[in-house]
Ligand binder design. Sequence first.
Ligand code: SF4
Length: 378
Amino acid sequence: MQVLEKDYWKKFDIWKDVEEYEWRNWKWQIANRFKSYEDIKNFLKLDKNQEKAFKITENIFHFGTTPYYLSLIKDFSDKNNPILKQILPSTKEIDPVSQIESFLDPFLEDEMSPVSGLTHRYPDRVLFRATNFCSVYCRHCMRKRMFLEDEKARTKEEYDAMFQYIKQNKQIKEVLISGGDPLTLPNSKIEYILKNLYQIDHIDVIRIGSRELVVNPYRFLDDDLLQLFDKYDKVWLVTHFNHPDEITNETKKIVKNILSTGTPVLNQTVLLKGINDDEKTIEQLMRDLLKSKIKPYYLFYCDPVKGVVHFRTDIFKGIEILEYLRGRLSGLGIPTYAVDLKDGLGKIPLVPDYIEEIEENHVIFRNYQNKKVKMIKS
Ligand code: SF4
């Protein structure tokens, strides 16, 4: 967890005249995003390779980051900095060798879409893609194909068609609003979506998937947004922290605002090569999440998406990490490690195997210290 001092952004020349009411305003953060090579080249003093990566990817995948997210970088000269690696383009994104076995839409979200913007894969849930805009474009995004489109929210007519489909399909109990990042939308649009979903009796849970708490936490200093969470009280927030450097002393204070509306806050992490693929980093991240009152939910194996697979680790790395966490961290802090199967076949959990042997009437288990114990089967 990083401790941010008062007015910490003023230590950067570029923001030395930015007042607190501006810096801590989510709209200011979005309006002052770095969106191109030209915007960022002087700030980061990019080298030739980084410059080349920008040049060859700029017309393929969007680039973008908030000032806040940049300000969390501890050492700008460190090419392995976990935040820099999540936002800076890499030549590997379009290298055919690095991108072998990759797909634009491996989970067939667009194919399994009865109505534009809506994916219906599991019987009781739908994915509701509200916009394709994000305040930060993560290089590892599983929906990176949206970076090929113009940045825009869906129209009211598209939303209405999605509501209609959900109303007609009573087996749907949960709606996952995602994007892009739905919390980059203005409150009026968010209210329109929440109100319409809330009024559908068979919807029990409205899950919002957003990275704003990580990249623009000041979104949750907006009382009007918090009032919407309070009013439409089927909302759960699922955020996406990948590294302890992304959590700060401000995070906890801001999470408190969200929790005060009765909205649970959970986190999904993606296992990313060179960013968080080691036991200690994940342990620290899970501890910092708990301290901030965010429940670790999923640790995802990185998806086979075009422009992303260079972030993939060995699939067994996640199981090793879970083995390490078990016994060191309470169950509250241990996420489910999961792989999303391609062709839209759904997520499956992967767990370490604690069964050593199965006998006729007994099972031999091992614990986290590798101690064996025999217990009766029934
Ligand atoms: S904020 Fe979420 S949807 Fe947007 S680029 Fe990052 S991972 Fe993808």
